[in-house]
Design a protein around this ligand. Structure first.
Ligand SMILES: Cc1cc2nc3c(=O)[nH]c(=O)nc-3n(C[C@H](O)[C@H](O)[C@H](O)COP(=O)(O)OP(=O)(O)OC[C@H]3O[C@@H](n4cnc5c(N)ncnc54)[C@H](O)[C@@H]3O)c2cc1C
Length: 620
């Protein structure tokens, strides 16, 4: 069983194979895949949907990123696939399914990378066959024909070698372009929010020649990281964190500090020549039906400017506004109280009593920061929390895909992203459960010490651990980078329970425990992303879009119905020309590719029929 999240759940493999397609045991995986691809190609080209379906196992999944569906969609089982092919096949006109490198595995269980084409695009796919029949297929659009990025052999010359009078330099052209865009000339796309998400997406848009402006209210690119508490380092390792196109240098630390990431983002923005309007706040966006475009009001360095893009992307972060519960008596508190997002860190807390309400990532980091700076700290844990130790996470969950070893094994960042995506969300938990079982065993001593001090531990409702919690609810975990030991040692106290009220100098819990406090930090998370839309566009539009994030797993904080892809992320929403982008560095890097292609296709007037635009679920 591979160590990576791509590990296939043993129970999910189909038990029977069609005698017509079952591969002889002696055949190489490459022969088996080539045979499958030839049949698949023939079936699709002749629009023989029955023939194509015969190549799939009964238990099968086809996940498509844009190439067939102009959507992000997972089709589960043959009936779903049939419905999709019925609707899309003529338009998509797929062909030329070709193995891009030798397949791996064996005749009974083969895995392969595949290139293919559609009428409009070139794609890259990942295929898993069991006994010659498809179990999982991931198809992704990689480039639009005729609108390829100008790179490699197609890169720009940069300068004309014909000497003429009045030639303009690169800098003059760039300055003129920057002065004109947003004033004399309107951008095709506006991205509101210039954190890592907005920046990475803008880089892809620039490569594709989509005139785009990024609106960011902070003074400098990277400030969304710089403004966080001083001890913060990325919790994810460097191999997972690259931005599109430009990888971190090889000596970049495994866990970069937030200021180093801030500096990288700032330089990236400049090197990638993004139209990045810092110190600019978006105050309102409305859709002009008659013109078919957005009217985006921004205040740039204090001056109002109106932008009229065709496409509007919100990249304001996966979390909405800080969620600060209003406890009875909070207004009477005489000390300092603030949400975790306002906790700058550092400072002299010698002799101060601090109560941190919450037990996820921010709560742990802030408890550690306060302890380091002399405070007597108590963490109030209101619900169970998943803890994954950073080194265990790297060894067991990420290492197969994102590590030096993975690179040495030929798993590039791009391949790792696709492998990660190749297991649809229906079957991903089964693959993850075994990873977290290993983790529980490996760190059994650590976990028992943690529970011994009263910490309420979980591994997710189904034991599937951190990444699934992140996808489902975006909360409920801590990647342990040291704070758990403070709890184990009793250097930071932990008290499980609900806050009942706050007095002028304490936090009182439901069981009557009174925790004296000079400082209260509410590490209580963030609201829904819809809050941004309600404020900047309208409550009606926010409701029309519906819930963002979560895939309908029907687990805590991710109510059904099942959607199978993250709600409203990187794909068409129920509001035309409005898109949502974000996620961690890995997701922003990977999914910005598909979002950029969808927008580029619309700019070029290509036919982009969206297959089964998902319903909106839940309002704010
Ligand atoms: C403590 C902590 C640790 C984390 N560790 C990691 C990690 O290790 N790896 C990782 O990938 N992620 C990590 N994250 C998550 C991280 O916050 C997100 O991955 C990241 O910030 C998302 O980037 P984004 O661009 O989507 O959003 P943000 O970085 O939040 O960017 C949104 C931007 O929108 C701007 N904005 C908001 N409103 C407006 C407006 N009206 N007009 C103009 N601009 C506006 C904001 O100023 C902000 O810069 C961590 C988060 C926290 C809190």
């Amino acid at each position: 069983m591979p160590e990576s999240p791509t590990a296939a759940p043993e129970t999910a493999a189909p038990e029977t194979a069609s005698p017509k397609t079952a591969a002889p045991e002696t055949a190489s995986p490459t022969t088996v895949v080539e045979d499958w691809l030839a049949r698949f190609d023939t079936a699709l080209q002749s629009r023989d949907i029955d023939g194509a379906l015969a190549l799939f196992a009964d238990d099968c999944y086809w996940r498509d990123f844009v190439s067939f569906t102009w959507n992000l969609k997972t089709l589960e089982g043959k009936a779903d696939i049939r419905r999709m092919l019925d609707v899309t096949l003529d338009d998509v006109a797929p062909h030329s399914w070709t193995l891009s490198e030798p397949a791996t595995g064996d005749a009974a269980s083969a895995e392969a990378w595949v290139t293919f084409e559609t009428g409009q695009a070139r794609g890259y796919a990942h295929l898993r066959l069991n006994d010659g029949l498809c179990w999982t297929l991931l198809t992704t659009m990689q480039e639009l024909k005729g609108f390829e990025e100008k790179k490699g052999r197609n890169r720009d010359q940069g300068v004309s070698h014909e000497i003429t009078k009045g030639r303009t330099s690169w800098l003059e052209k760039k300055t003129a372009r920057e002065a004109s865009l947003g004033y004399e000339e309107q951008p095709y796309c506006v991205i509101v929010g210039g954190g890592q998400g907005g920046i990475g997406l803008a880089a892809r848009m620039r490569r594709l020649g989509v005139p785009t402006i990024v609106i960011e209210k902070n003074a400098k690119a990277g400030d969304s990281w710089r403004n966080r508490y001083k001890s913060l380092h990325l919790h994810d390792p460097v191999w997972y964190d690259h931005l599109p196109y430009l990888k971190f240098p090889e000596d970049w630390p495994v866990f970069a500090s937030k200021d180093k990431i801030g500096d990288w983002l700032e330089h990236y923005t400049s090197i990638m020549e993004l139209n990045y309007w810092s110190s600019t706040e978006c105050t309102k966006a409305t859709f002009d039906e008659a013109a078919g475009e957005w009217v985006v009001e921004v205040v740039r360095d204090g001056t109002p400017v109106t932008l009229r893009p065709k496409q509007l992307v919100f990249a304001l972060g996966v979390s909405g506004y800080p969620n600060t519960p209003v406890f009875e008596g909070a207004a009477s508190f005489l000390g300092e109280q603030h949400h975790s997002s306002k906790h700058a860190g550092g400072g002299d807390y010698a002799g101060k009593k601090a109560v941190v309400i919450g037990s996820n990532n921010s709560a742990h980091d802030i408890c550690a920061d306060l302890w380091e700076h002399g405070a007597e700290v108590t963490m109030v844990q209101r619900s169970s929390t998943h803890i994954a130790r950073s080194d265990a996470l790297m060894d067991l969950a990420l290492g197969g895909l994102y590590s030096e070893q993975a690179l040495a094994n030929g798993v590039t960042t791009e391949k790792a992203d696709l492998l990660f995506a190749s297991l649809p969300y229906r079957i991903l938990p089964a693959a993850q459960i075994s990873v977290y079982e290993q983790m529980a065993e490996r760190d059994a001593d650590f976990y028992s010490k943690l529970t011994a001090v009263g910490f309420d531990l979980d591994f997710g409702t189904d034991g599937s651990g951190l990444f699934l919690k992140y996808l489902r609810r975006g909360s409920g975990y801590y990647i342990d980078v040291g704070a758990s030991q403070l709890l184990i040692d009793g250097r930071v106290a932990v008290k499980a329970g609900q806050v009942e009220r706050i007095t002028p100098d304490s936090v009182v819990l439901a069981d009557g425990t009174e925790l004296e406090a000079d400082l209260i930090v509410y590490a209580t998370g963030y609201g829904s992303m819809n809050g941004w839309l309600a404020d900047l566009v309208s409550p009606e539009v926010a409701d029309q879009v519906g819930r963002c994030w979560g895939y309908g797993s029907d687990t805590p904080k991710d109510p059904g119905p099942w959607e199978g892809e993250l709600r409203n992320m990187w794909k068409p929403t129920n509001v035309p020309q409005l898109w949502i982008h974000g996620g961690n560095l890995h997701q922003s890097r990977h999914y910005s590719n598909y979002l950029a292609l969808q927008i580029k296709a619309r700019m070029e007037g290509l036919n982009t029929p969206v297959y089964e635009l998902q319903e909106s679920h839940y309002t704010r």
